[in-house]
Write a protein that binds this ligand. Sequence first.
Ligand code: C2E
Ligand code: MG
Ligand code: MG
Ligand code: MG
Length: 286
Amino acid sequence: RAKMDGQGSVCFFDQTFHDQLLYQHRLVDRLTKALDSGELSLHYQPQVSAASGRIENLEALLRWQPAEGPPISPAEFIPLAERSDLIHRLGDWVMETACQQRVLWRDAGLAVGRIDINFSGRQMSRPDVFQRFEDCLARHGLGPQDIGLELTENVLIEADDRILEGLRRLHDLGFRIAIDDFGTGYSSLSYLKHFPVTALKIDRAFVRDAPDEPKDRAIMEAAIFIGHRLGLEVVAEGVENREQLALIREMRCDLVQGFYFFRPMPALEMERVLGGLVTGHPGVSG
Ligand code: C2E
Ligand code: MG
Ligand code: MG
Ligand code: MG
């Protein structure tokens, strides 16, 4: 957008850049306060069996509704939080909240399955990240059948020995570890050999275009094939319509997540769904 001719244009460019920095700085500031003021919450989105539509697990997704103004997307604030230690406080909050919710639902006798939480790259750089995870679960009397992890490919590609060892330990303890947004990172696939993962989540970009694009279909088929050959569970993200679902079933994908079945929803609404029915029906959620 910046024009290189004339001083005014350069000034315009700088001003925009400056505004952006200022905006980001203020956002981080507000987010820090949001942690203590109840503006954050977790929403939950079911993963259903592709074959039966039964709810198997939930993914916890962070939500920020400032006291004033529109909600702010995690796709916007997580990357900002990652530039400072704020991401660690957010990560702790998510872990703690998911555990509390899992205990509440267990005590209420709801068939919840596992709640999977997202871990970003910067979170993994904390030396005691795995210990904190284990401690948090232990404190709530929870185990591998209760809470799982989602990591993106890039997290794994950049991971060092410490992270590899930490993940191996969790894996040996029986924890589920999914690769999120599979197929969109700088993947060499060789990390599939080294990392103790248990599931692949095929990115929703492939799912979205699969009905119309033979190439997306081919990539999905290949991903499902590799996943199954490696003994992994395969999840299709972002399923929004009947055509996509039909394809995914044909390809023998294991689990499906997407608006066609359920949107991410607040805990109370999730509770109603879990208490009322165990089969996903499109249109049930808001
Ligand atoms: P993700 O982990 O890949 O989560 C899936 C995203 O796809 C969610 O967006 C979800 O709302 C959206 N989604 C689910 N089904 C559909 C569908 O059928 N169609 C479409 N168009 N979208 C669908 P959301 O909640 O905005 O989260 C965006 C990203 O932010 C997440 O991607 C994840 O990378 C990150 N994130 C969210 N919560 C957390 C968290 O607690 N911790 C960390 N570190 N990252 C998080
Ligand atoms: Mg995820
Ligand atoms: Mg994803
Ligand atoms: Mg994503």
